[in-house]
Design a protein around this ligand. Structure first.
Ligand code: NGO
Length: 518
């Protein structure tokens, strides 16, 4: 702020439109909405002087230092194509600077943006913070910044002057993609990573195995993918990632400061594994490949030592190709085992994951076992399970199906998806708070939120996008923005402003009647 005393800073509170809460909504035309009304998730603090602005021109250059060079290059790439400007990146100088001189209090992902008529200074403590700040800049530029060819003639490229200070409320803001029910290619997953990065999502959870398919190569157990990867829901050809392809996804995500969390669902949801290794089922009968969408019928036999040798092989290989600290072991919906057998199984798997140097994550059912304090429980269905996990002293990821499941249908009128947890319109996805949603669960118990996209009915990327947009940005804001900045009237206007951007990006979305689309 020091550098722009001459500016009369208009305080554009993100809460600003809240006054009309409950009243009939007279929404401003989103395209003419102030820039503050375009940013999702809402920054922690934003002061803009809309009358003054920084313009990107043919002379714009980006100044970086060693630790900010990659993000500087990413920003330059974002600007070059649509503007047609050269946008050089160097240590020598430039009107846009990316610095890692930010205070430690900005944390891993916080950043500050100081924008004057002459310069843009983006400051963070870590490169991830710079990357998040670039997403804010991206949203402050006109939607045609997303164009895939030069639209230079349509100047100007302006960013309003002001100061933004921002950092996330929760450390975990995840998106889960089920690549087991329907398989998605490496290219598909990269496309999803690009779309979620725009909303400052920092975890991609890949659901890599289920009854219908095993999707990750395990070199010591080739039959898992040879047999278990050969089909999907509806009987299509399925598919799997080689370890090299998986590493490519991990690298692509890391480049966007997104951690990949691989999930192998155990001991249930294992029909595909049992097709490959029938001796691991208690009945020792080889099941047939499964292409339906029932759940709960399959389980690895917990009394068979061979089961733990398979789990060890899988976890060892997965740990070796996963730089992130977590391995998700599922644990949901096991109807075929006694509670005692289930609990013992989970505790042994927890030891295996720990031995391979990773932290275990499991769906809420795993809290029936005795958990290490480092284990993380992912709530999805019940509130009592969440409270039970908290009593064990573990932290929670919240994915309440009635709010955060991106595979639920929006309304009776939208046909794609399931509705066992009800219909989830945008306002439902937005209208809850992690610190007060469950009795016995406080903000300190929660490490964050995650939006799972299960793919029983979701067959291609057009469908993935339709289910994720606009609900994923709602979950992203719940995870990032301070509780005090949460405001439906403000959010729906900012959401409407995403439409031209998504159209430019080729991202399909649900035109919810709750949103004043342009
Ligand atoms: C449940 C189930 C999944 C389904 C999903 C569909 C969990 C954790 N287990 O969520 O197997 O695909 O619902 O919404």
């Amino acid at each position: 702020m020091e550098k722009i005393p001459a500016l009369v800073l208009a305080v554009v509170a993100v809460l600003g439109t809240g006054a009309c809460r409950g009243a009939p909504v007279v929404a401003p035309a989103p395209m003419s909405a102030p820039v503050a009304h375009r940013i999702i998730p809402a920054p922690a603090s934003i002061m803009l002087a809309e009358a003054d602005s920084f313009a990107i021109t043919a002379a714009t250059a980006i100044r970086v230092e060693a630790g900010s060079a990659r993000v500087g290059e990413q920003l330059a790439e974002m600007l070059r194509t649509p503007t047609g400007f050269p946008v050089p990146v160097s240590a020598a100088g430039g009107s846009i600077s990316l610095e890692l001189t930010g205070a430690e209090t900005l944390g891993e992902e916080g950043y500050e943006l100081r924008i004057t008529r002459d310069s843009v200074a983006l400051v963070a403590h870590r490169a991830a913070g710079l990357f998040r700040g670039v997403q804010t800049l991206r949203q402050m530029l006109p939607p045609r910044i997303e164009a895939e060819e030069s639209v230079q003639s349509r100047l100007p490229w302006k960013i309003p002057a002001g100061v933004i200070r921002d950092r996330p409320r929760f450390a975990w803001r995840g998106a889960m993609l089920d690549v087991a029910r329907h398989f998605f290619t490496v290219q598909d997953v990269k496309q999803y990573i690009d779309a979620i990065a725009l909303y400052k999502i920092n975890v991609l959870h890949l659901h890599l195995s289920d009854d219908q398919g095993w999707r990750i190569e395990i070199a010591s157990r080739p039959r898992l993918t040879q047999l278990g990867g050969s089909t999907q829901v509806g009987g299509g050809p399925g598919g799997f990632y080689t370890q090299r392809e998986y590493a490519e996804i991990v690298r692509y995500a890391a480049d966007r400061h997104i951690t990949v969390v691989p999930e192998i669902d155990l001991p249930g949801h294992t029909n595909a594994a049992l097709v490959a290794y029938p001796e691991l089922s208690c009945g020792k009968q080889a099941p047939a490949l499964y292409t339906g969408i029932r759940v709960g019928f399959s389980a690895l036999c917990p009394g068979n030592e061979e089961t733990y040798r398979l789990v060890d092989d899988v976890v060892r290989e997965l740990a070796a190709i996963t730089p992130g600290p977590y391995i998700h072991v599922g644990g949901d919906e096991v109807e075929a085992l006694t509670p005692a057998d289930y609990a013992r199984f989970i505790e042994r798997v927890q030891e295996i994951v720990t031995r391979h140097g990773k932290r275990m994550i499991g769906w809420e059912e795993v809290a029936k076992g005795r958990l290490r304090p480092s284990t993380i429980v992912q709530q999805w269905r019940s509130d009592s399970a969440a409270a039970a996990a908290v009593r064990q002293g573990v932290k929670l990821i919240l994915s309440p199906a009635s709010r955060a499941y991106l595979d639920m249908r929006y309304t009776r009128g939208t046909m794609l998806g399931l509705n066992w947890a009800g219909f989830v319109e945008v306002r439902d996805a937005y209208g809850w708070d992690p610190a007060s949603f469950f009795p016995g669960v406080t903000e300190a118990d929660v490490i964050g939120v995650e939006a799972p996209l299960w793919s029983e009915t979701v067959k291609n990327m057009t469908a993935v996008q339709f289910m994720a947009f606009p609900r994923l940005p709602a979950i992203a804001e719940i995870g990032w923005s301070p509780a005090a900045a949460k405001d439906w009237e403000s959010f729906r206007v900012r959401l409407a402003a995403q439409a031209p951007r998504w159209e430019m990006m080729g991202v399909n979305f649900h035109r919810s009647p709750q949103i004043p689309w342009p």
